[in-house]
Design a protein around this ligand. Structure first.
Ligand code: ZN
Length: 141
């Protein structure tokens, strides 16, 4: 009977899956570290830069739609004006943020002088005498 022939095949499949998981583990780990790193660098600037990218992508799509005849010239001009307005807004926000970022680092220096501490786990500002972070519950330093 051919039923016995299936057994070695099933074994092979299990071994292959096992090897596959084993081999890909460092990759999966590296990728989750990347995700963690992305989360960590999640900042207003990061957000604005991705907003800028998406506006530019939309503009490219718009050009494409127009060139393939999906959009009328009227719609194209209308949307193009909207998108370039949004792009200009995002660029201005990035400029503003860059300007305020240098202010913020000055503020941070000042707060150090006032002997304020921040949670090492989540960055929440700790009040004087706090033994635990009020935001995440981690022990205060
Ligand atoms: Zn905390």
């Amino acid at each position: 009977m051919s039923g016995n022939d299936l057994f070695p095949l099933a074994m092979m499949a299990i071994i292959l899956i096992g090897v596959g998981v084993y081999v890909s583990q460092p990759l999966i780990r590296a990728r989750s570290e990347d995700i963690f790193h992305d989360d960590y660098s999640e900042s207003p600037m990061h957000e604005l830069l991705s907003k800028k990218d998406s506006v530019y992508t939309e503009m490219k799509d718009l050009e494409f739609d127009y060139s393939t005849g999906k959009l009328s010239e009227f719609d194209y001009e209308d949307l193009k004006a909207k998108y370039s307005g949004r792009a200009a807004e995002v660029l201005k926000e990035i400029d503003d943020l860059e300007a305020s970022a240098s202010d913020e680092s000055k503020k941070e220096d000042e707060s150090k002088k006032e002997d304020q501490s921040f949670c090492s786990a989540c960055g929440f500002k700790l009040q004087e005498g706090d033994r635990f972070c009020q935001s995440c519950g981690a022990g205060a330093p």
